[in-house]
Design a protein around this ligand. Structure first.
Ligand code: C2E
Ligand code: CA
Ligand code: CA
Length: 687
């Protein structure tokens, strides 16, 4: 053996003994010829105990069987190999316990013989450390991967494999970059290099986010934390990773919810105001004007109340879609809430341009929305304000557009541009109810009266009392501006009783003049639920000695639906006493003859929008005809509202609608004007 290891004067055995790794020499039969000190220490044998023994003495009993074959193969192939790297080889210590080694083995030709020379490293300590790490890794609730200093995957835990969809074996030894989308791989190598150079004292592990890629190629957002592990002088990195796609999705949903309306997917109020603010800022800088549109559905509340919210939702979605289609790409349309929408038209500086677009919207919405067998016709009113003509800040622009919207609701056209200046504008609803209370006390609320005539013989059938707020400064405020606030507030009851009182006083005064003219008073749906309404009305009729038949109460279908039991009781009781009921705005959104049949109804008023439809050609003659047939059969007066022209007048007459009311016949007017109007006509009064 000595001669085998002697090369000139070199003391090779001495050198080999001093080597930091174990060195072992075996002959072809697998017999140990030489070991150095390190091997003695690793396995716990003295040199004399091992030399001459078969090398498989160092292996666990169960591995000895195949070892013979491995030795034969090794000498046949004469290929250097590393055994146990990554997954260490198990060996047995002289004292019987297992240890983990890595072996580098190669052949050595000497003295016409072939030997195997093996370099042995005891990796037990690291193996146990790794085992401990593995144990820790498996117990963690997130994905973990251990990467060596060149970026190869050494270990993953089950959660990590689950997230990426690989088995543990598939990943071992692979570059960590396989876990990234291809486009990031090259740059990641650079990051990894940089990271490995960072001094170990630097604190790592703050959360970072990146896009990772599963085995199936799908990318997902992941949050990672890096911890360098510097054991055995090897710079490994433990990466903790969680799949945050679910959280991201939720964040996105939340973000959408806070900026978009969940029902229609349109931008919501927040986003709209944000965009409006941007537009105002842009105007300040670049002087590019724009238009703000406030859009409100007409009587949408009734669709909701009568047909239910699911139907209301369908309508809102359909209408949002139609409105969206008309917009240019650069414009924004938003749902502010309920049936209120708004639009921002960028770089629309001319009134005519804004009006043209708004009219397109009106036309698109006017087409019936089909829900089941119902064909719902929903109108919209649009108010326009322009920047800079009406103002250059959000609040002013919105206030003007809003005001214009109310003008549209009240006026002849569905689209209006604001004509007032800011000072004349009304206060917000809260303030309005307080003002209305004062107005009630100061008798500033008065009725205008609008005649209702027989379209065939032109005779007056009665008049509708329409409330006006006559402000001391001479302004006449329309109920459209304050009724919604009243209806939502506690003063509704006082308001209703006060208006009934006004009507009865007027009836008394007509009677005193010898005029037998019936008055129709509008009653808000919510009032019909009121307990003492019937008693109060009957009392007042008696007090003013007015024949009950001269009083008509106009209610909407909504009133019948909100609380049918109470509505029926009120209607039955008042009907028996002789008071008449009229169904107002009939056909606006909801039409149910069957339901109506069960109530004692004296009159039906076809909604103004039906009549408007005559003008624009979207008129549903069949529907009016069938309403007329229904009314005739039940002896109900059919009145068309909003008769604005000679042609409306004639068409309605032909379709069998006998009565009409509208600007073409007469506008609502103060009582004196009404009396004057009556005097100019000598057709008399029809009862
Ligand atoms: P309504 O009951 O449908 O009243 C008819 C509305 O149509 C009135 O608006 C009337 O001025 C308007 N009008 C009449 N003829 C025409 C026409 O040919 N063309 C057009 N475009 N409009 C016409 P007004 O007076 O502004 O009243 C609006 C609404 O306010 C009423 O609608 C009613 O719902 C409510 N209202 C009015 N007075 C009272 C009241 O004393 N009590 C309650 N609860 N509501 C009232
Ligand atoms: Ca009415
Ligand atoms: Ca009406």
């Amino acid at each position: 053996m000595q001669e085998l290891l002697s090369i000139g004067t070199l003391n090779l055995p001495g050198l080999i003994d001093a080597a930091p790794v174990g060195v072992m020499l075996c002959d072809k039969s697998g017999t140990i010829c030489f070991i150095n000190k390190v091997v003695e220490n690793i396995f716990g044998y003295g040199s004399e105990e091992l030399t001459g023994k078969r090398v498989d003495i160092l292996l666990p009993a169960e591995a000895r069987g195949h070892h013979e074959l491995s030795i034969t193969n090794f000498f046949k192939e004469k290929r250097s190999r590393l055994i146990g790297e990554g997954a260490p080889l198990v060996a047995v210590h002289a004292q019987g316990h297992a240890l983990q080694v890595e072996i580098g083995i190669t052949t050595l030709e000497a003295l016409d013989q072939t030997y195997a020379i093996a370099f042995v490293i005891d990796v037990s300590a690291r193996y146990h450390e790794d085992k401990r790490i593995r144990y820790l890794m498996e117990s963690m609730p997130f994905g973990l991967v251990l990467i060596d200093e060149v970026g190869a995957i050494q270990m993953t835990n089950a959660e990590f494999n689950r997230i990426f969809g690989y088995t543990a074996d598939e990943l071992l030894g692979q570059a960590v970059e396989v876990l990234l989308p291809e486009r990031f791989r090259v740059s990641h190598v650079g990051f990894r290099d940089a990271f490995s150079k960072i001094p170990q004292s630097r604190k790592m592990g703050s959360g970072r986010e990146l896009l990772a890629m599963r085995k199936n190629g799908l990318e997902f957002p992941a949050e990672i934390a890096l911890t360098p592990l510097n054991d055995d002088g090897k710079k490994r990195v433990l990466v903790a990773l969680s799949d945050v796609s679910l959280r991201k999705q939720m964040e996105n949903t939340l973000r959408r919810q806070s900026l978009f309306d969940s029902l229609t997917s349109l931008p919501n109020r927040n986003l709209f105001f944000d965009r409006l603010e941007q537009a105002c800022i842009k105007y300040a800088r670049q002087k590019i004007g724009f238009a703000v549109l406030m859009i409100d559905l007409n009587r949408f509340k009734e669709v909701n109340d009568t047909l239910g919210h699911p139907v209301g939702d369908i309508v809102l979605r359909e209408i949002s879609q139609r409105l969206g289609m008309i917009m240019r790409h650069s414009d924004s349309i938003a749902r502010l809430g309920g049936d209120e929408f708004a639009a921002l038209l960028h770089a629309v500086e001319k009134e005519e341009d804004a009006i043209r677009l708004a009219e397109k919207m009106v036309d698109a919405v006017r087409q019936p929305v089909m829900v089941g067998q119902h064909a719902l016709t929903i109108g919209i009113s649009i108010g326009i304000a322009l920047c800079p003509q009406h103002g250059t800040d959000q609040t002013t622009l919105i206030a003007h557009a809003d005001h214009a919207m109310y003008q549209a609701k009240r006026g002849l056209h569905s689209v209006a541009v604001d004509r007032t200046n800011a000072k004349e504008m009304l206060a917000p609803p809260q303030a309005i109810t307080t003002e209305i209370e004062h107005a009630l006390q100061n008798n500033e609320l008065q009725f205008y009266y609008q005649p209702k005539i027989d379209l065939i013989n032109g005779k007056l059938v009665g008049i509708e009392a329409l409330i006006r707020w006559l402000r001391p400064n001479g302004g006449v405020i329309s109920p459209i501006e304050f009724m919604p606030a009243i209806e939502d507030s506690a003063i509704l009851e006082r308001f209703t009783l006060a208006t009934l009182e006004l009507a009865l006083r007027q009836l008394r005064s007509f009677l005193d003049m010898g005029l037998h003219i019936g008055i129709a008073v509008n009653i808000s749906a919510r009032m019909l639920e009121h307990d003492q309404l019937e008693d109060h009305i009957i009392d007042s009729l008696k007090r003013y000695r007015v024949p009950p038949g001269l009083l008509t109460l106009e209610i909407t279908e909504t009133a019948l639906v909100i609380n049918p039991v109470k509505a029926r009781r009120a209607i039955d009781m008042l009907d028996q006493y002789g008071v008449q009921f009229s169904i107002d705005d009939f056909g606006a959104g909801f039409t149910s003859f069957k339901y109506l049949k069960s109530f004692q109804i004296a009159e039906i008023k076809i909604d103004q929008e039906f009549v408007t439809a005559i003008e624009n050609g979207s008129f549903d003659a069949n529907l009016v005809q069938s309403i007329a047939g229904f009314c005739k059969g039940l002896n109900i007066r059919l009145v068309a509202e909003g008769v604005e022209s000679e042609s409306d007048f004639q068409i309605l007459q032909q379709l069998g609608c006998q009565f009409g009311q509208g600007y073409y016949i007469a506008r609502p007017m103060p009582v004196e004007a009404f009396l004057a109007w009556l005097n100019t006509r000598d057709q008399g009064v029809t009862q």
